[in-house]
Write a protein that binds this ligand. Structure first.
Ligand code: GDP
Ligand code: MG
Length: 370
């Protein structure tokens, strides 16, 4: 059965909690602000206060939200979204920095690099690639656990002087579990003792068969430090993307995923969102996990204000009412009351869950003492 805390009920009616408690007492129910009461009791209280009740079921709220809206617009090719993974110190951060520097827009005035958790590179050919700038398996797993499937391609970094290491294997397993194609970047080929062919042979043990060994895994030899092979790596990514036929409808309300979110002094809650379909615009109303908001400003990965962001474009969003979590889905809705309702509902549900967990903890502690 559904339940609501006395405090939440008071909030939703815009009444004082003490008045709600008094009203409950009249019915013979003793409850504190943080206690949950069942839906039937809540309904009686609501009527007592002369409000109208509208019960919203789980199905109602989640259905309306999670069901992708039918869009009849034309799907167009979108940029691939790439995650870089690999063993510690094999050069993930260096490679992301080096790739970022290949952006032809980088030389333009005002192009100050902002770390927003993702960036997009425009190649001289005009093709674009989006990189999630949060290397590491934790970020990838956290996103997937929340149901965000944002990565199209994994670039597996293997240091040519160190070969396959435990975290390399971990990364391979993550990519396989997500059914995301892997491109291997054999890094640090500038280093003495670098042995790319040894690294390739080691890949075989993990059923990744390099192309030149008769398989379908493309390996690209690079040096993040000396900026060697970066273009070849990008071309390989684009080739792989072409085979995946990545498409999205730009002419629709935006849907995407939160890549990163934080509360910043003077700016409020800020989230980096990767738009997956549709186009996000200034003024849009949205729900992001348990939070909602209205887009006050959009900033690109160079900190420039933009008016809209289409598929595969990472963008910093200002105008959130709270701070969502990485991996939360981000959905544009038509009206504010609906957005509020959904965020409210999710927060309430989350609190109930926390409450249950806390209660269970107390019970377990009690039993431990016995
Ligand atoms: P991460 O832990 O995977 O993010 O690795 P980093 O990018 O922090 O790199 C670890 C170390 O390897 C740093 O000292 C880098 O300067 C160095 N490094 C990264 N790429 C290269 C490369 O291509 N060649 C050489 N010689 N060193 C590199
Ligand atoms: Mg790093």
């Amino acid at each position: 059965p559904e339940a609501i805390t006395v405090g939440d009920l008071a909030n939703r009616m815009a009444e004082r909690a003490t008045d709600v408690i008094k009203s409950l007492m009249k019915m013979g129910v003793m409850a504190t602000v943080n206690q949950a009461i069942d839906a039937d009791t809540a309904e009686l209280v609501v009527e007592e206060f002369g409000h109208r009740i509208k019960r919203v079921s789980d199905a109602d709220v989640e259905d309306a939200l999670l069901k992708p809206v039918e869009v009849d617009g034309d799907a167009v090719t979108r940029a691939p979204v790439v995650t870089v993974m690999g063993h510690v110190d094999h050069g993930k951060t260096s490679l992301l920095d080096a790739l970022r520097a290949t952006d032809i827009a980088a030389g333009e005035a005002g192009g100050i690099t902002q770390h927003i958790g993702a960036y997009q590179v425009t190649m001289s050919s005009g093709d674009k690639i989006t990189f999630l700038d949060t290397p590491g398996h934790a970020a990838f797993t956290a996103m997937r656990q929340r149901g965000a499937e944002v990565t199209d391609i994994v670039v597996l970094v293997v240091a040519a002087d160190d070969g396959i290491q435990p975290q390399t294997v971990e990364a391979i397993n993550h990519a396989k579990a997500a059914e995301v194609p892997i491109i291997v970047a054999i890094n640090k080929i500038d280093k003495e003792g670098a042995d790319p062919s040894k690294a390739k042979t080691q890949l075989l043990e993990h059923s990744l068969v390099p192309e030149d060994m008769g398989g379908d895994v493309i390996c690209v030899e690079v040096s993040a430090l000396k900026r060697i092979g970066l273009e070849a790596l990008e071309e390989t990514i684009l080739l792989q993307a072409e085979m995946l036929e990545l498409k999205a409808v730009p002419d629709a309300p935006a849907r995407g995923a939160v890549v990163e979110a934080k509360l910043e002094v003077g700016r409020g809650s800020v989230a980096t969102v990767l738009v997956q379909s549709g186009t996000l615009k200034v003024g849009d109303i949205f729900v992001a996990g348990q939070e909602w908001g209205r887009v006050r400003a959009l900033l690109d990965d160079r900190g420039r204000q933009i008016q809209e962001a289409g598929p595969s474009v990472p963008v910093e969003v200002l105008g959130l009412q709270g701070t969502p979590s990485a991996g939360d889905e981000f959905i544009v809705l038509q009206d504010e009351s609906r957005a509020r309702e959904i965020a409210d509902y999710r927060q309430r549900k989350n609190r109930e869950q926390q409450f249950t967990i806390a209660a269970r903890g107390t019970l377990e502690q009690m039993f431990e003492k016995v």
